[in-house]
Design a protein around this ligand. Sequence first.
Ligand SMILES: Cc1cc2nc3c(=O)[nH]c(=O)nc-3n(C[C@H](O)[C@H](O)[C@H](O)COP(=O)(O)OP(=O)(O)OC[C@H]3O[C@@H](n4cnc5c(N)ncnc54)[C@H](O)[C@@H]3O)c2cc1C
Length: 389
Amino acid sequence: MSSHIDAILAAAIRHCQEEIIPNVDSWNESARWPRSASDAAGAAGLTGLYAPKEWGGQGLSLGDGIQVYEQLGKGDGAYAFALSMHNICTFATCGYGTEGFKQKWARDLASGRKLANFALTEPQSGSDAGNMYSRAVVKDGKWTINGKKAWVSLAGEADVYLTVVKTSDAPGHKDMAMIAIPKDTPGVSFGPLYDTPSYNFLPLAEMYLDNVVVPEENIILPIGQGLQGALMAIDIARTSIAAGCCGLIESALDTALSYAKNRKMFKGKNLDLDGIQWMLGDVATDLEASRLLYRAAANALGTPEGPLMAAHAKKFVPDAAVRAANTCTQVMGGSGLLAQYGMDRLSRLSQMLRIVDGTTEISRVVIGRALQKRAEGLPDLPVPKGYGE
Ligand SMILES: Cc1cc2nc3c(=O)[nH]c(=O)nc-3n(C[C@H](O)[C@H](O)[C@H](O)COP(=O)(O)OP(=O)(O)OC[C@H]3O[C@@H](n4cnc5c(N)ncnc54)[C@H](O)[C@@H]3O)c2cc1C
């Protein structure tokens, strides 16, 4: 590991300890995005992880940079998720944006002075992302966009939204593109914030696009590459979520251990009981396996194995996080349900991380298709008479 990633991971650990852990409960109470914390993340180099140095970024590989979310996830999975989405948008801007767009946005995004997010989901198209209605009419170098996006993270807080739209009435995804829509463009507005108690500080809402006009300069992925590009971004997001979940598992495990070593019962301590050690041992094994899996997936991104490895990580690790939060709550008995220990928050967060950026079931679909393809390359085993008809 190079010293640069070591320094960034140390900055992430500090950010978690100084900004997230002491403040996350009050963030949730205030139901406001902690802009001062994301500004501090920017100053610490955590908002331009994969952006090249020439744009003020850290120039890290995906394989290295994704480890940051493991550290941030120890503090809060939703905060780690939002920063990961911003970092992917910054990566897309620097890698695929036009020169004019980069000149206007890349430095501000890499530094965290401005925030970005993706807008793909619509009310009728979540898992079924191809069933999108938002539509751009392209004329004289201008894109006029109408539509509605749903579940937009950092809604109203991000300064720019990398938005996937259709550009014709043709069915399918061949006419889709991704274009950047600045928040202050006339015609952009947001619905009421969703009420999500365990991560209330992350603004989530619908985004309305009413005759929004943006120049061609804002194209991130041209017509024909919109959905494919968004899915590539989602592979990075899935792996980042798996990394954040490892932080969450570690946080649940350490809370349970810190409690169980002091809880007196049956003339000893809770942690002296074999059954309790086995329960927590399962969590520890899941943590080790999850870490290996997300790191392997992160290193596979950008290779032909990337989508499948990201699906394995997104399928396995958030489920392991849900199990960890439940098991660690159980180990603590009634105390596990008290707000002061934070286990309830971890349970809700882990469940949220199973859904966002492609559900567990969608990962299963990706893995299932890969298995069908693999089967095609295998020799035929004869099936009993009548079984193949
Ligand atoms: C906290 C949070 C933040 C988000 N932020 C963003 C954001 O910033 N930008 C954005 O674009 N989107 C965002 N999303 C949306 C997210 O990506 C979608 O919620 C997700 O893709 C699932 O879509 P859905 O909620 O419409 O569920 P649905 O698609 O309605 O799925 C319902 C159920 O059906 C299951 N299912 C679907 N297909 C199959 C199948 N083939 N076989 C079996 N079961 C299946 C699903 O797994 C799920 O259990 C966010 C979501 C959350 C919860």
